[in-house]
Design a protein around this ligand. Structure first.
Ligand SMILES: C[S@@+](CC[C@H](N)C(=O)[O-])C[C@H]1O[C@@H](n2cnc3c(N)ncnc32)[C@H](O)[C@@H]1O
Length: 266
């Protein structure tokens, strides 16, 4: 794990940086969408009690409610700032602060537990999965969404190249290593160990960029570039811009994104 709990807490103290990354995915993605796949796999009737762990700004629970879900919906996050933000944005959803590895809920409270792009931040994934299973009713369903191996490989190649010109850029590669700790390989093994069953589904899509600015904004939203001295940051920007421009070459640059959906039933 490349990020300590304190670093994860600092990174998600507010939604600002995460919102930059979510916005990049919303604007520049092509190919099958993540939300449609989540909906297809969950096939909710609207009555289920749903817990979304690591909910961030709460967009997923908010969307479920807006689309007419009648059952209980709870969004839980470690970050008080996220919980405050989500509660203000989606007053019809219940939000709570808490840790995935010590859920503040009774046994068998939920029909569905989701953990979207968060398990790679959790130091003890097995403990979190045991908690997800504990709060699920018998027959209840778990769904994790996470980055598959090779996620954004083209972006990380560009970052590694820029790192040769300005070594401070190499700290960004920790984000790549960080998300790799819960991809399909470990995910399948850990979820099978926790639930005794597992199903994997994948989507292949991509980010398509025609200018370097959104790529730079995306990378600057990551913790690695946030505490650099101004002159180092300028050199990092210049090196990254050069590596990205060399790939766009006046046309389009495609950064592939393979996402894995890991499901299990209690
Ligand atoms: C990458 S964001 C994902 C947010 C949202 N699920 C999404 O897909 O947009 C990860 C979130 O997990 C939260 N998180 C990290 N570790 C956690 C833990 N142990 N328990 C609960 N939430 C955690 C962070 O605070 C952050 O809001």
């Amino acid at each position: 794990m490349s990020s300590s709990p304190a670093e994860v807490a600092a990174q998600y103290a507010t939604e600002r940086h995460l919102r930059t990354r979510i916005g990049t995915h919303e604007r520049y993605s092509v190919g099958p969408g993540l939300e449609g796949t989540v909906d297809r796999l969950l096939a909710l009737t609207g009555d289920e009690a749903v817990l979304d762990v690591g909910t961030g700004p709460g967009d997923f629970p908010g969307r479920l409610r807006a689309e007419g879900h009648q059952g209980r919906i709870v969004g839980l996050d470690f970050s008080a700032g996220m919980v405050e933000r989500a509660s203000g944005e989606y007053p019809d959803v219940e939000f709570q602060q808490g840790d995935a590895a010590a859920l503040p809920f009774a046994d068998a409270s939920f029909d569905v537990v989701t953990a979207r792009h968060m398990l790679y931040h959790v130091p003890d994934v097995a403990a979190a999965l045991a908690e997800f299973r504990r709060v699920l009713k018998p027959g209840g369903r778990f769904l994790a969404v996470t980055n598959a191996e090779g996620y954004m490989a083209e972006l990380w190649d560009a970052v590694a190249e820029a790192g040769q010109a300005e070594p401070a850029v190499n700290a960004l590669l920790d984000s790549k290593a960080g998300s790799a700790v819960f991809s399909e390989t470990q995910g399948e093994r850990l979820v099978r160990a926790a639930f005794g069953n597992v199903q994997l589904d994948f989507i292949e899509n991509a980010l398509v960029f025609t200018t370097p600015e959104p790529v730079l904004a995306y990378l600057e939203s990551m913790p690695a570039l946030q505490n650099l001295a101004p002159d180092t940051l300028e050199r990092a920007r210049a090196a990254l811009t050069q590596a990205v421009m060399a790939r766009i070459q006046g046309g389009e640059w495609r950064v592939s994104k393979r996402v894995v959906f890991i499901s299990a039933r209690r």
